[in-house]
Design a protein around this ligand. Structure first.
Ligand code: G6P
Length: 608
């Protein structure tokens, strides 16, 4: 989703802003632009397309400036085009915006009546003219404050004024904005990676915070002009840097990184000899959890699939009832959640608008809130009563991979906590469950070392137009995730289903052109899924079977088999996710897709 960055300092501002935009590319975008002051006003250069297209127009007669703002746009109002790309300008004002101005049509009418001419289809342009209107009678700062009092919606904005060109004003409400404080230089951006190479000293702005950057420093105030103080935090340089590390794509790197990422999720969090999890790492204590009657989990996309698997783990291991909601639905169903309940938000970015809204709704209704989050300092983490960081490192590929498996690990740890507190798990069982957890990174290494076999399957199937993914129990959410990965990065239509539902509809789709990926687990349901495979084969379908190596001999009719190492049923969900990620990745690559930045998708969806 849109990325914004601004810079003031001694260095080449345009260079640093373009570089920052490159680090925000992962968020997903369709156009980009920069603005910087010149002797004759503020110049805007923008285009439809990627950063390399922007570079082509920025670096002809390369501008020299020590102030600049930039933007990557993910279209909401109006098609991807040069005229809809940010920065937008009015007479004196130029701005970039991430978010949505809800009452833009009313404001637009008023501004047209006042003589403003609109050149884009965006909601953002309204804000630009509105600030310009006030700037005729008020100072730059006052004009921004007054304009924002007229708008409804979500925004992170960076504003330049031709009358005050050595200043950037930034404001946030419900869209992230972080201030980076370097040596004689300052950044404002949607996300830390935009400037992390220059500084790790940051202030995460809160709603309605306004920051005024000038070469002398920064000033923080609220929208009434009162000075405010915010704590400076330090984000250490990441061990796993945000580069491709020799891989062709971030997604492949992140899939391969999982053994390390999962070890990092566990580091300092477990006491293997005692079968215990370090509760303080969740920011919780036993007293807080003892009173919990029910757990609600809210999430979107891949994180929602982790939530579904988490329900299975928490209910099976700890016997505490769990409800899982798509975060976008949660607050609209007047949820029956209260002060005896725990709400867990699962979110890689910690900035997903729907997940934040669900978390706030749960808090408003009195629930204890826990954020399982990957991005350090993200809004979800800061607003929750407690946070568990998955620590899987920056995830750049739009399609989530290592963040997903680390969310599953986190939920497994949380299940063990709840089970021990509720007296549902003997020490020796907990010891065995943690010992098995520690073996998972090596088992994933083993799956990855068999990548060629998965590539071979991808080569056979990459031309298919539809795929089905079927699993039961905890493997149902993994089937959903396998289907989501494939559709996200290869644009093949794919559906995940509980295998037992195949006969109630999806079976109608089966013919020789539809591959069906079966996820099979040991236990009472195994025979039933094996029968589903026969039903597919009887209708001419192609069966791809993923199951533990030791069971593969029992599969009678598979066209392709992918084996995984033996583990317990909960962790099998983690292992099973990996070959599905690789299958989707290789199919996407064989189809020539942009797997790291699939069309229309955004890494962090900061609008509802
Ligand atoms: C977007 C991403 C998905 C992600 C979802 C939820 O749709 O493309 O990969 O699963 O948002 O994101 P979150 O950061 O809240 O986990």
């Amino acid at each position: 989703m849109c990325g914004i960055i601004g810079y003031i300092g001694r260095d080449d501002a345009v260079d640093l802003v373009v570089e920052g935009l490159r680090h925000l590319e992962y968020r997903g975008y369709d156009s980009a632009g920069v603005a910087f002051p010149t002797d004759s006003g503020i110049e805007v250069r923008r285009c439809k397309g990627k950063i390399k297209d922007l570079e082509a127009i920025v670096y002809v007669d390369k501008p020299v400036a020590n102030v600049a703002i930039g933007h990557t746009r993910w279209a909401t109002h109006g098609v991807p085009s040069e005229y809809n790309a940010h920065p937008h300008s009015s007479d004196n004002i130029v701005l970039v915006h991430n978010g949505i101005i809800e009452n833009y049509l009313d404001l637009k009418k008023e501004l047209i009546e006042r003589g403003y001419r609109f050149t884009s289809e965006t909601d953002t342009e309204v804000l630009c003219h509105l600030i310009d209107r006030y700037s005729r009678d008020y100072t730059f700062e006052e004009a921004v404050m007054m304009a924002l009092k007229d708008v409804r919606g979500a925004y992170a904005i960076l504003v330049l004024s031709a009358r005050d060109p050595q200043k950037i004003i930034g404001v946030r409400k419900d869209s992230p904005l972080v201030l980076g404080i370097g040596e004689g230089e300052f950044f404002l951006a949607s996300d830390v990676p935009a400037f992390h190479a220059r500084t790790g000293r940051v202030i995460f702005l809160e709603n309605n915070d306004m920051v005024i950057l000038s070469p002398e420093g920064y000033k923080l105030m609220d929208l009434n002009g009162n000075s405010i103080e915010r704590e400076i935090e330090f984000i250490p340089p990441m061990a796993a840097g945000a580069d491709k590390g020799g891989y062709k794509h971030y997604m492949l790197k992140e899939i391969h990184e999982q053994p390390r990422a999962l070890s990092d999720t566990l580091r300092g969090r477990i006491f293997p000899e005692r079968g215990e999890v370090n509760l303080s790492e969740f920011g919780l204590d036993e007293g807080m959890l003892r009173g919990v009657d029910r757990i609600f989990i809210g999430a979107c996309g891949t994180s929602w699939h982790a939530a579904l698997a988490g329900k299975y783990m928490i209910e099976q291991i700890a016997r505490v009832p769990v409800e899982v909601d798509l975060a976008s639905e949660f607050r609209y169903r007047r949820p029956l959640i209260g002060d005896k309940d725990l709400f867990i938000a699962i979110t890689q970015s910690g900035e997903t608008a729907d997940t934040l809204a669900a978390q706030r709704e749960a808090k408003r209704r009195g629930a204890l809130t826990l954020s399982i989050c990957n991005a350090l300092g993200a809004t979800s983490a800061r607003e929750a009563d407690a946070v568990f960081y998955t620590h899987s490192g920056p995830e750049i590929g739009v399609a989530s991979t290592k963040a997903f498996t680390s969310q599953l690990f986190s939920l497994y740890l949380f299940s063990l906590i709840m089970a021990r507190i509720g007296g549902r798990l003997e020490e020796q069982d907990a010891v065995a469950m943690i010992a098995e957890l520690l073996r998972v990174p090596d088992k994933i290494e083993k799956i990855i070392s068999n990548e060629d076999a998965i590539v071979a399957v991808a080569k056979e199937l990459f031309k298919a137009k539809d795929f089905l993914y079927l699993g039961r129990g905890i493997l149902h959410p993994i089937a959903l995730e396998g289907a989501l990965k494939l559709k996200e990065i290869s644009y093949i239509h794919a559906e995940g289903y509980p295998a037992g539902e195949m006969k109630h509809g999806p079976i109608a789709l089966i013919d020789e052109d539809v591959p069906v990926v079966f996820l099979v687990q040991r236990g009472v349901l195994k025979e039933k899924v094996l029968s589903n495979i026969s039903e597919v084969k009887a209708r001419g379908g192609k069966a791809v079977v993923v199951m533990s190596d030791s069971l593969l001999g029992e599969v009678r009719q598979a066209d392709y088999t992918i084996g995984i190492p033996e583990t317990n049923p909960y962790l099998e969900a983690v292992l099973m996710a990996v070959p599905l990620q690789l299958l989707a990745y290789h199919i996407g690559v064989l189809r020539g897709c942009d797997v790291d930045q699939p069309r229309n998708l955004a890494k962090s969806v900061t609008v509802e």
